[in-house]
Design a protein around this ligand. Structure first.
Ligand code: PLP
Length: 237
């Protein structure tokens, strides 16, 4: 099978899973958005995904994300309408915020006030705006990424009060080895609290290849799917 057919088959399988999960949860398919996480995969795969109708892709590293977008732009030869929206989903060092602020359409991994300031400064410098989600840590493990649940409101408020950033909602990764259903229910509770103060913050980014059904059941609006579309990554993380 060529790569295009392989990606098309995988996309159909993922679409069937999303449709089934929505039916199970009594939700409309249109409430759930698919972001294909293309980290470690080449720009040629992203171009095929766009041809197959994918509108949103996610990356977790700078400069990999930027280089891939530049390659895509060159392939599209100036036809900007064929560029996918770029979601940045990875852990983010403050000193890379200004670079990411130049190209990301959504940053899912905002987990501290310092990063809000750095992203906003970058957005002002680039004269553009984008959506930010507060990444929530759903476990107390050392080395977890994300803000502790009791820090979420202050970060959300800082995004909402910033000059160019828009508060989109919350994001989480289910902790390894934990029950994803319980983790995503907890996230849904935190999302509802954020929404009660910031009605615009309606997005819940949750659910990966292994747990998208649990995420849809708990109200996820944005699924971040990598391996189920692209295949196992050579460098697992
Ligand atoms: C890699 C990654 C994903 C996708 O995970 P898969 O298991 O490949 O579907 C989702 N979210 C984040 C933050 C990631 O880094």
């Amino acid at each position: 099978m060529n790569r295009r057919d392989e990606l098309q088959t995988n996309l159909r399988t993922v679409e069937d899973r999303i449709v089934a999960a929505c039916a199970d949860a009594g939700r409309d398919r249109s409430e759930v958005h698919l972001i294909v996480i293309t980290k470690t995969y080449p720009a040629s795969d992203v171009a095929l995904l766009v041809e197959l109708g994918v509108t949103d892709v996610g990356e977790n590293r700078h400069p990999e994300a930027q280089l891939k977008l530049e390659e895509l732009r060159a392939m599209a030869a100036g036809r900007t309408e064929t560029l996918p929206r770029c979601h940045f989903v990875g852990g983010l060092q403050t000193n890379k915020a200004a670079a990411i602020a130049r190209y990301a359409d959504v940053v899912h991994s905002v987990d501290r006030l310092k990063l809000v300031r750095a992203l906003d400064k970058g957005a002002v410098a680039a004269d553009r705006g984008f959506d930010c989600l507060v990444q929530v840590a759903l476990s107390d493990d050392a080395g977890r990424s994300g803000a502790a649940p009791d820090e979420v409101e202050s970060i959300a408020a800082a995004i909402a009060a910033s000059e160019r950033l828009r508060l989109g909602g919350v994001m989480a990764v289910a902790p390894l080895g934990a029950d994803p259903a319980a983790a995503f229910e907890r996230l849904a509770g935190i999302a509802a609290e954020v929404r009660s103060r910031h009605p615009e913050a309606v997005r819940i980014s949750a659910g990966m290849s292994g747990d998208l059904e649990a995420a849809v059941r708990a109200g996820a609006t944005h699924l971040r799917i990598g391996r189920s579309v692209l295949g196992a990554r050579p460098s697992l993380r």
